[in-house]
Design a protein around this ligand. Structure first.
Ligand SMILES: [Zn+2]
Length: 274
């Protein structure tokens, strides 16, 4: 099915999102959402409700909050030490996955630190590249570990919450056959939830099933700002790059979504080399 959307409608809808002040208990990022119950983190996509942040252990609270302060000063290596301390305490699949996303963002930071104007000092650039690969490898290890932990638990009991984490991790690693079967488990939950619609949105966007993807994007975008990233990705995959760019510029001003930032950089780079 070819894709046709009303760009002004989505831009207006995106405008109506305000920072709500809810905080992710796995990465301490502010979540921009219209949901008063469970919401999905803009940064790491883990689901939580406001009570979890309030009940968070004070040591983990300290590590992940300080980590974000360090990132804002570009002190990523110091931030990574705090992430490792948080994982040492909380080895839940949620925390492992969220930390995997931290390492992916750190890897991207190093990758973009390459200075193409450095002529006589190319070894400095190769150090950034090398570190970027190492960080990406750490990220993948944590995400694969997340999938395994979810898998091991799900073989003994159907846990819809954990199935969501597994699907997000599987789609991130492009394990689409596994994700398909995880989605069936998620959809067998008789209760409606944002998490369930979100999982469907992610899966159908990843396989570029435009009909189903738009259906779930429309539903999720009522409360979760991340839906606009999936809309942008779908637009890029269907050669509607200008519309995607308009959404991504606005989205990146409103929320901290690493994938949305990378997608916009990719579009701008391809324009410069065209
Ligand atoms: Zn988070």
């Amino acid at each position: 099915m070819s894709l046709s959307i009303s760009l002004p409608k989505y831009l207006r809808s995106l405008d109506s999102f305000q920072g709500k002040g809810s905080t992710c208990p796995y990465c301490a990022n502010e979540i921009s959402t219209k949901s008063s119950g469970e919401s999905i983190c803009n940064f790491c996509e883990m689901p939580s409700d406001t009570s979890q942040w309030k009940k968070l252990r004070s040591d983990i609270h300290g590590f992940i909050t300080a980590k974000n302060n360090l990132i804002s000063k570009n002190s990523w290596a110091e931030a990574a030490k705090l992430v490792e301390q948080a994982i040492a305490i909380d080895q839940s699949p949620h925390m492992l996955y969220s930390s995997g996303i931290f390492y992916e963002a750190y890897s991207n930071y190093e990758w973009h630190s390459v200075d193409y104007n450095l002529k006589g000092y190319m070894e400095e650039n190769s150090m950034h590249r090398e570190l970027s690969w190492q960080l990406l490898s750490r990220s993948k290890t944590l995400i694969y570990h997340t999938i395994k932990m979810c898998h091991d638990t799900l073989t003994s009991e159907p846990d819809y919450h954990l199935a969501y984490v597994k699907l997000i991790a599987e789609t991130r690693m492009k394990r689409m056959a596994q994700a398909r079967s995880t989605l069936s488990l998620i959809n067998s939950d008789p209760n409606p939830s944002t998490r369930k619609d979100y999982a469907n949105m992610v899966y159908y966007s990843c396989i570029n099933d435009t009909k189903n993807a738009i259906l779930y994007i429309d539903s999720v975008s009522n409360t979760q700002i991340n839906a606009f990233y999936y809309l942008s990705k779908l637009l890029v995959n269907n050669s509607m790059t200008e519309d995607a760019k308009a959404i991504l510029v606005k989205l990146n001003n409103k929320a901290n979504i690493p994938k949305a930032r990378e997608l916009l950089i990719k579009i701008l780079e391809s324009e410069n080399t065209a």
